[in-house]
Design a protein. Structure first.
Length: 235
């Protein structure tokens, strides 16, 4: 399949309801409103195709950009390629749900995510913390440095309340993910979650929303989910 035929298929499976939902979360035109589930048959026909993924991502169409992440070859992309994709990720469903997800399957994932976390840019920070969440929820505990992750938990505790909103959300999720998916630091993550407490997310022209890593950790404990690892990162 080529760019034109994929775009035609994405348009054909687009739904107005999904389009409105994506736009309510920050997506902009152009987009079709294609759902992840209905993209799967197209992905099966294509499998992995990095050149086509690059063409799709460059369209600026949200559905095409999302699908690009599904068929991309994570290890064929360099740090510069991931930076370029992040430059075009104009809202969190792209930065966290496409770019960081794709990065999480690459060998250079931690190196790139570390740089994004230190960038001071909201969506890069969010994508960096989210990438670690995808990594921790999929890779063996032995693939991580306990000392490094402990330091990152301390960093979250010290900075989360003063960070940009999208970064706050991803940092909060990082605490939760360490507690649930990285057994060596479960107890420390629980302590950090309690110390951090509710995290305020401010919304334009709306009341603030409060999120709590500890509430979600407790739910995971109650469900017996501690130690959870997902089989795949990407759909």
């Amino acid at each position: 399949m080529n760019l034109e035929s994929v775009m035609q298929e994405l348009e054909a499976i687009g739904k107005e309801r999904s389009k409105k939902m994506y736009m309510s979360n920050g997506a902009k035109e152009p987009l079709f409103g294609a759902t992840t589930g209905e993209m799967k048959p197209i992905a099966k026909k294509i499998k992995i195709n990095q050149p086509l993924a690059e063409e799709l991502y460059a369209t600026g169409n949200y559905d095409a950009m999302y699908f690009a992440g599904v068929i991309a070859d994570p290890n064929a992309m360099t740090a510069a390629d991931y930076d370029r994709w992040m430059d075009s990720a104009y809202f969190y469903m792209l930065s966290d749900g496409v770019v960081s997800v794709t990065l999480a399957e690459a060998d250079i994932a931690q190196e790139v995510a570390d740089k994004w976390i230190a960038s001071g840019e909201e969506l890069r920070m969010s994508g960096g913390w989210s990438c670690y969440c995808w990594l921790l929820g999929n890779r063996k505990d032995s693939e991580f440095s306990e000392v490094k992750l402990a330091h990152m938990l301390d960093q979250v505790a010290a900075t989360i309340h003063d960070s940009p909103d999208r970064a706050k959300a991803s940092m909060n999720n990082f605490i939760y993910t360490v507690a649930v998916s990285y057994i060596p630091l479960h107890d420390k993550a629980v302590e950090i979650a309690k110390a951090v407490g509710p995290v305020e997310l401010k919304k334009d022209k709306a009341k603030s929303k409060f999120i709590s890593a500890m509430d979600n950790i407790q739910k995971a404990i109650d469900r017996g989910q501690i130690g959870f690892k997902r089989k795949y990162v990407r759909c």
